[in-house]
Design a protein around this ligand. Structure first.
Ligand code: 2AM
Length: 490
C-alpha cells in the first residue's frame, strides 16, 4: 500500500518510541488496532518498523508530524510517550496546529498531576480533548498488559475506552485493569499515589527481611522459603513474589546476590510527591512518608558508617520461638499494609474533595489489581469493600479489614516492641501501629497542644462543653491582655 492509501486508517497515533512507547504500540497492534508512530529522532521510526514491529501491517510510520497526523482517523487520537516535563508541552505545541475540534491528545508519561490539570484546561479552551494517564507495569507490562489510569476531560474517555481496556492487564475475573479515574490530573494523581504505596509496600517487606536476618539470624535461603509461603496466602502479590526470587538468587561466586548489594536506595520522586501532596492537603499519610525518609537515611551511607562506630545500642538477640515470631512478622506486615492503603485512600479522598474530582475508589483498586507493581490479592479485598459500600469513610472501618487488624494486632504489637528492644529500625511497622492507635483514639492530647498555642500565641481553643466553632482565649499568666490571635495579628 502507498502511504497515501494508508491515510486516515490509524485508530491511534503514538509519539515517543522509547521502550515503553514501542511496547504499547505492539500491544495495541496485537489487539487489532492500527497504530501510527512518530519520534523526535525520526530514524527511530524506521528502525522500529524494520525491527520490533517487522511484519506488523497495522503499524504505520510517520516521518514528519504532517505525515504522522495524516495517518490518523478522525477524531484523531495522539498519544505521547515522551519524557515528562517541558517535552510534553513542546509536543502539544507541535501537534496542535494540525488538530481540529474534538481531537484528543493523551499523555501516557509520568507527568506531575498539576501539569496535567493545566494542560487539560488549556486544551479544553481550544476545543481539544486531553487525557493524562498513568501507565504502570514497566516494559513487560506495557507489552503484555499494563495497569492504565486515565484522567482528564471526561468527554475523551469514550474515544479510547475500547483501545485502553483491550490492551490493559486483566484481573483473574477477566476485568480490565483500566477504568476512567476522574477529571483533570486525576489519572496522574492516582498513579502518583500508586507509586507512593509501592514505596510503602517495599519498605514493609524490607523491614520484615531485616527482622528475620538481624533479629532471627535467618539466611537468605530460609527467608526465600518464608516469602514463598507468604505468597500463597493473604500477602500473595507481585512484590512478595519477586522478593522470594531475589532472596534465592546467587551471585557469580555462589553467595546470595542480595547480600552483595550496597544498601543505599535511589528514588525518582513520585513517593516524595505523594508525601508533599499529603502535607499540602493535611492528610496523615505517615507510612509512605516513613518509606521516603527511610530511602533518604539509607542514602547517607558514609555518615551511618561513622555513626555506627560511635552510637551504641542493644545487640539484636531473640530468645523466643522463631517460627512463631516469623508468623508475627507476617501479621505485622499485613496489618501495616492495611494502614498504608487506608492512608493512601484517605489522601485520594481528600484530593478529590479539594480538586472537585469524582473518583471511583473501587475502580482504582480494580486498576491496581493487575498489571502494576503493587498488584495483589489484597487489592481484590479493597475493591470488594468499596463495592459493598461506595461511600466507605475509611478502609480500616470495613468489616473485613477490621477483622484482619483485630486478628493481627497482638502480633503487630509484639513485633514493634521486640524490634525496639532489639534496636532494629522498623519505621513503617511502627508508624502504622501508632497511626492505628491514634485513629482509634477518641481523645488525643491535642487539648494540651491547644492550651500551649493559646498560652504563647493567643490562638484560642474550643471547649468540650460548648458547641464547635465557639472560640475561647484565656489569660494564662494573669499578665497581658484579653486579645486573641483572631483579632491581634503579629
Ligand atoms: P528521542 O528518541 O528522539 O530521544 C523517551 O525518552 C522519549 O522522549 C523518546 O521518544 C525521546 O525521543 C523523547 N524525548 C526525550 N527528550 C526529548 C526532547 N527534549 N524533545 C523531544 N523528545 C524528547
Amino acid at each position: 500500500m502507498e502511504q497515501s492509501d494508508k491515510n486516515q486508517t490509524a485508530d491511534i497515533g503514538l509519539i515517543g518510541l522509547a521502550v515503553m512507547g514501542q511496547n504499547l504500540v505492539l500491544n495495541m497492534a496485537d489487539n487489532g488496532f492500527t497504530v501510527a508512530v512518530f519520534n523526535r529522532t525520526v530514524s527511530k521510526v524506521d528502525d522500529f518498523l524494520n525491527d520490533a514491529a517487522k511484519g506488523y501491517e497495522n503499524v504505520l510510520g510517520g516521518h514528519s508530524i504532517e505525515e504522522f497526523i495524516a495517518l490518523l482517523k478522525r477524531p484523531r487520537k495522539v498519544m505521547l510517550m515522551v519524557k515528562a516535563g517541558n517535552v510534553v508541552d513542546q509536543f502539544i505545541d507541535l501537534v496542535l496546529p494540525h488538530l481540529e475540534q474534538g481531537d484528543l491528545i493523551i499523555d501516557g508519561g509520568n507527568s506531575h498531576f498539576p501539569d496535567t490539570t493545566r494542560r487539560t484546561k488549556h486544551l479544553a479552551e481550544k476545543g481539544i480533548l486531553y487525557i493524562g494517564t498513568g501507565v504502570s507495569g514497566g516494559e513487560e507490562g506495557a507489552r503484555r498488559g499494563p495497569s492504565i489510569m486515565p484522567g482528564g476531560n471526561p468527554k475523551a474517555w469514550p474515544l479510547v475506552k475500547d483501545i485502553f481496556q483491550a490492551i490493559a492487564a486483566k484481573t483473574p475475573d477477566g476485568d480490565a485493569c483500566c477504568d476512567w479515574v476522574g477529571e483533570e490530573g486525576a489519572g496522574h494523581y492516582i498513579k502518583m499515589v500508586h507509586n507512593g504505596i509501592e514505596y510503602g509496600d517495599m519498605q514493609l517487606i524490607c523491614e520484615a527481611y531485616q527482622l528475620m536476618k538481624d533479629g532471627l539470624g535467618m539466611t537468605p535461603d530460609e527467608m526465600h522459603h518464608v516469602f514463598a509461603e507468604w505468597n500463597t496466602g493473604e500477602l500473595d502479590s507481585y512484590l512478595i513474589e519477586i522478593t522470594r526470587d531475589i532472596l534465592q538468587f546467587k551471585d557469580e561466586d555462589g553467595t546470595p546476590l542480595v547480600e552483595n548489594i550496597l544498601d543505599t536506595a535511589g528514588q525518582k520522586g513520585t513517593g516524595k510527591w505523594t508525601g508533599i501532596s499529603a502535607l499540602d492537603l493535611g492528610v496523615p499519610v505517615t507510612l509512605i512518608g516513613e518509606a521516603v525518609f527511610s530511602r533518604c537515611l539509607s542514602a547517607m551511607k558514609d555518615e551511618r558508617v561513622q555513626a555506627s562506630k560511635l552510637l551504641t545500642g542493644p545487640k539484636a538477640a531473640f530468645s523466643g520461638d522463631k517460627t512463631a515470631f516469623v508468623e508475627d512478622i507476617r501479621r505485622a506486615l499485613l496489618a501495616s499494609k492495611i494502614v498504608s492503603y487506608a492512608q493512601g485512600y484517605m489522601l485520594m479522598r481528600e484530593a478529590a474533595q479539594e480538586m472537585g474530582w469524582h473518583l471511583n475508589f473501587g475502580g482504582i483498586a480494580l486498576m491496581w489489581r493487575g498489571g502494576c507493581i503493587i498488584r495483589s490479592v489484597f487489592l481484590g479485598k479493597i475493591k470488594a469493600a468499596f463495592d459493598k459500600n461506595p461511600s466507605l469513610t475509611n478502609l480500616l472501618l470495613d468489616d473485613y479489614f477490621r477483622e484482619v487488624t483485630g486478628r493481627c494486632q497482638d502480633s503487630w504489637r509484639r513485633v514493634v516492641a521486640q524490634s525496639v528492644t532489639m534496636g532494629i529500625p522498623v519505621p513503617a511497622f511502627a508508624t502504622a501501629l501508632t497511626f492505628f492507635d491514634g485513629y482509634r483514639s477518641e481523645r488525643l492530647p491535642a487539648n494540651l497542644l491547644q492550651a500551649q498555642r493559646d498560652y504563647f500565641g493567643a490562638h484560642t481553643y474550643e471547649r468540650i462543653n460548648k458547641p464547635r466553632g465557639e472560640f475561647f482565649h484565656t489569660n494564662w499568666t494573669g499578665t497581658g491582655g484579653k486579645t486573641s490571635a483572631s483579632t491581634y495579628q503579629v
